[in-house]
Each structure stands twice: as C-alpha cells, then as structure tokens.
Ligand binder design. Sequence first.
Ligand code: CA
Length: 230
Amino acid sequence: MSATILVVEDEPSIQELIAASLQHAGHRVLRADSAEDAVRLVNATLPDVVLLDWMLPGMSGIQYARHLRSIERTRNLPIIMLTARSEEHDKVAGLDAGADDYLTKPFSPRELLARIKAVLRRRAPQMTEDCVEVEGLRVDPASHRVHGNSQSLDLGPTEFRLLHFFMTHAERVHSRAQLLDQVWGDHIFVEERTIDVHIRRLRAALELTGHDRLIQTVRGSGYRFSALPE
Ligand code: CA
C-alpha cells in the first residue's frame, strides 16, 4: 500500500528521518515546517495521512488538527500526532482534537509504518489490499479481480475502483461530488455526469450474477452500495 503522507514537523533532523523511512517504504512524502505551511500544501494536494507534530511554531499541532476536522474536505483525513515524552499527559487533548492516533518520540520507523497502516485500514479501507466480500461478490485489490458467486466478472479500471470504494464504504450514501473526490481523486475536473456513465457500466458488468442490485440510486442524493433492499 502506497500513500501520500504529509509530515508536519519543525525539527529538520526528525522531519528528514521520518521522510526517509516513509519514502523507503514506498510512500510519497509532502513536508511542512509549520501548520501554516501545511495549510498551503493541503490546499494543493490532499494527502492520505497527516503526521502532525504537537509543538510547532505558530499554530500548534492541536489547533491544526481541529482546523482539519472543521473543514469538509479534510474532515476524515487520518491524523497521527507526534508527541515528545514530556507531553504524554496531553494525549487525551490530542485525541479530543480529532487525532486518530499518537506516537511518542522517539519511535522506530517500523512502529510508524505499522501505525500508518492501521489508521489507513480503519479510515481508508479502499487503500488497503484486503479482499472484500458482500453477498457472494468478491473484490481482490491485490490481483484486481472481481468474482460474483465464484464467476469471474470483467470490470474496467474505473469501475473496479468505484466498486472497491463502494464495498469498503457500504450502507452509506455518497454524493457524486464525494465519489469524484474519493474515486477519481481530489482536484480532478470531471463532470458529475461522468459518474453516472461509470455507474451504468459497473451495473452492466455486475448484471451477469445479479449483483447490480447492490448498487442503489438514492434520488436527489447519489448512490449507495447496500445488501439491504432499497
Ligand atoms: Ca516540534
């Protein structure tokens, strides 16, 4: 699993160390020396995870975490707070501000990578390579294969990503704008009608085994993947 990770850390040596181990593990790294810097970076590129130092010059890590949680675009962005041992008693405040997890410095690269994986699995399951199965419909992200009742189904790459996202976020209504952000990518300019075209193709591919019924249209809102009747 390769993710885009924003590292907000004002201590150059620590920032360098973290960035090097993340890159070594195949992740893409964005770096910020301050929360103000991070705000600018995130406006341009939405990362998959934020590693956020607690003590920063200017806006603190806690304030920045609150800021991220208050904005629609970053509301669900996974945040891991990095704290020094002396700040450990403040962990509760970090979690209150919306952090998903925290790591106490110094930490090993291995621990950091494990925490990132855990937070992604929880917050962004579509990024992991775990198989997903609902009602006999099975998606394997590692091999990019889809089976309906053990019968192989043929999906295009966009339909595959769409289905995987739906299955890892079942029973929720997704607006066309949300699907664009999550499946096509942030800041990609595609007309919302394009979504309907791909939904139609996805349903057609799933029709073979009757799994097209799992893709439901929610009038006026968007689409939902559900094993329950409409
Ligand atoms: Ca610091």
